[in-house]
Design a protein around this ligand. Structure first.
Ligand code: GTP
Ligand code: MG
Length: 197
C-alpha cells in the first residue's frame, strides 16, 4: 500500500475525546522503548511524525495520525516503565486500558515485543488481559537489526513455544526493524487487507 499522506491529528488522555467518525484505526502497544513511535515513523516515511526517545516513557498520550485521509495509526504510551512511579504507571494503565476496551474504531491492535529478549512476564500478562477481554492482537517483533537472522529464528521459535504453553492458537506474528526499514511492506499489506475486508 502506498502512503500518500500522514498527518498528526490530536493527542488525548481520554478515549472519549478521540476523533469522531468511523474511520478504522490501528494502534501500537507494548513496553516503553520497544519502538512503537519509531515504527509509525518508519511506516509513514516521516521521521519526526511520532516523538521518539532513547529514554523509555516518551509517549504519554493517545496520539492519532491520519493516513491517506482514510484510516488512523495510533501511538499509545508504553507500559511497565518504573520511573513513572506507581501513580504515574496506574494513570497510564487506565489511559491504555480504556482506549483498548472502549474504542470501537480500533480494528487491529499491534502488540510490539523486542525480538532480542525471551518472553517477558509483563508482556505475557498483558496478552492474558487482552485474551480475558476478548481483544485480538497481532504481535510485531521489533529491532530485528540488533540480532542475526539465525538468532531471530531461534528467538521466534522459543517465543512461540512459550505462548503455546497457555494459548491454544498463536496470534499473527510479524517482524520489523525501523532502523533497517524491514517489515514495512508486510505490515502495510496486512493493514490493507484488513481495510478491504
Ligand atoms: P515509549 O514512547 O517510551 O513507550 O517508547 P516507544 O515504544 O515509542 O519507543 P521509541 O520508538 O521511542 O524507540 C525507543 C528507542 O529504540 C529509540 O532510541 C529508537 O531509536 C530505538 N529503536 C526503535 N526501533 C528500533 C529498531 O528497529 N532498531 C533499532 N536499532 N533501534 C530502534
Ligand atoms: Mg513512543
Amino acid at each position: 500500500m502506498e502512503i500518500k499522506s500522514a498527518e498528526f491529528v490530536i493527542s488525548n488522555t481520554d478515549v472519549k475525546k478521540c476523533p469522531e467518525g468511523n474511520l478504522p484505526e490501528y494502534a501500537f502497544i507494548g513496553r516503553s522503548n520497544v519502538g512503537k513511535s519509531s515504527l509509525i515513523n518508519m511506516l509513514t516515511n516521516k521521521k519526526g511524525l511520532a516523538m521518539t526517545s532513547q529514554k523509555p516513557g516518551k509517549t504519554q498520550l493517545i496520539n492519532h495520525f491520519i493516513i491517506n485521509n482514510e484510516w488512523y495509526l495510533v501511538d499509545l504510551p508504553g507500559y511497565g516503565f518504573a520511573q513513572h512511579g506507581k501513580s504515574g504507571r496506574e494513570k497510564l494503565k487506565c489511559i491504555i486500558e480504556d482506549y483498548i476496551l472502549e474504542r470501537e474504531q480500533l480494528v487491529c491492535l499491534f502488540l510490539l515485543v523486542d525480538c532480542r529478549h525471551e518472553a517477558q512476564k509483563i508482556d505475557l500478562e498483558f496478552m492474558e488481559w487482552l485474551g480475558e477481554n476478548g481483544i485480538p492482537f497481532t504481535i510485531i517483533f521489533t529491532k530485528t537489526d540488533k540480532i542475526t537472522k539465525g538468532r531471530l529464528q531461534e528467538n521466534l521459535k522459543a517465543y512461540k513455544e512459550k505462548l503455546l504453553e497457555t494459548w491454544e492458537e498463536l496470534p499473527p506474528i510479524l517482524v520489523s526493524s525501523s532502523e533497517k526499514r524491514e517489515g514495512r511492506d508486510e505490515i502495510l499489506n496486512y493493514i490493507e487487507e484488513i481495510n478491504k475486508s
